[in-house]
Design a protein around this ligand. Structure first.
Ligand code: RIB
Length: 310
């Protein structure tokens, strides 16, 4: 890859609180869990950390509260070499929290309260147009108002940058938002929710992917967990096989995938290779507890790529 591509991540910072349990509690029940983890996260925080660890210049545009948790965002930026100018403290607000449960197999389920993130609107994103204009790629998600994600994609398009939307958590998006996205990266459940279906509906992935793409998306990349990833674009449909690892905690695997994809494409890596690198980043992110502690570095991701795809 070329040296120092630049990526702007417009998205969420959350403080992650994770506990592993043998099963989900029912309402009114307290369960004893284990493997407690507290640290910086959020899809945007994870993606910004992943981008920085891939060696890219990283701008992170997000909103935090006027509280102790906000410091974790600033500490993350300092530790990872992320530009912190876009980390904005919202007066009177609380920093968002991602409250996650892990099962013994490392699968995660998470609830997020947007808190300060709900103040990210189009005007907020506009303040960071110079960073977007100076980037190769703009990466955003939906753990912030759709308005902020839409504006990030629109500004990216205006300046001729590659625009990537990770539609997580998914909603049904208007066609005009999708048309500003060069690449959209749902997982299997998000693919369904984007079409107004139930997250576990049984329709065929490829058929659903074609439906989402027909709404104006150039390239759709569906992450399929342990089945790898599917690329759908003008050149047709392609399956990229997975890399299998022992899963400790899958929290943030999708974020690692998106971060590596963004940096690889910013460095003009061919799409199939970029998705292979992203698969490796996602796999590495499953091998430790917590999302950011597990996020791989470029040399580790490239070494795994050589082993499995090279
Ligand atoms: O994608 C994983 C992230 O989603 C976690 O870090 C948590 O914050 C949730 O928002």
């Amino acid at each position: 890859m070329n040296d120092k591509p630049t990526v702007t991540v417009v998205g969420s910072f959350c403080v992650d609180i994770l506990i592993r349990a043998d099963r989900l509690p029912i309402w009114g029940e307290t369960l004893l869990g284990r493997d407690f983890y507290l640290g910086p996260g959020g899809k945007g925080g994870n993606q910004a950390a992943g981008v920085a660890r891939m060696g890219a210049r990283t701008h992170f545009v997000t909103a935090v509260g006027e509280d102790h948790f906000a410091q974790l965002a600033l500490d993350l930026a300092k530790a990872e070499g992320i530009d912190r100018e876009g980390i904005c403290v919202m007066p009177g607000a609380k920093t968002s929290v991602g409250f996650g449960l892990l099962d013994p197999a490392g699968r995660s389920a998470c609830i997020t309260d947007l808190a300060a993130l709900s103040r990210m609107n189009a005007a907020f994103v506009d303040r960071f147009e110079p960073q977007i204009a100076a980037s190769d790629v703009v990466l955003t998600m939906l753990e912030n108002p759709v308005e902020a994600a839409a504006q990030a994609m629109q500004l990216g398009r205006k300046h001729g940058k590659l625009t990537i939307l990770n539609p997580a958590p998914a909603v049904v998006l208007p066609g005009e938002v999708l048309r500003d996205c060069d690449i959209v990266t749902p997982n299997e459940s998000e693919l369904r929710v984007m079409l107004g279906l139930s997250p576990d509906s049984k329709e065929d992935d490829a058929e659903l992917a074609r439906k989402v793409r027909s709404r104006g998306v150039n390239t759709l990349i569906v992450t399929l967990g342990e089945r790898g990833a599917m690329i759908l674009n003008d050149e047709g449909q392609q399956h990229v096989p997975p890399v299998r690892v022992e899963v400790i905690d899958s929290t943030g695997a999708g974020d690692a995938f998106n971060a590596a994809l963004a940096v690889a494409l910013a460095a003009k890596t061919p799409l199939t290779t970029a998705v292979q690198l992203a698969n490796c980043a996602g796999a590495i992110a499953c091998t430790k507890l917590g999302s950011i502690p597990a996020m791989g570095r470029r040399d580790e991701i490239e070494a795994m790529w050589k082993k499995y795809y090279g």
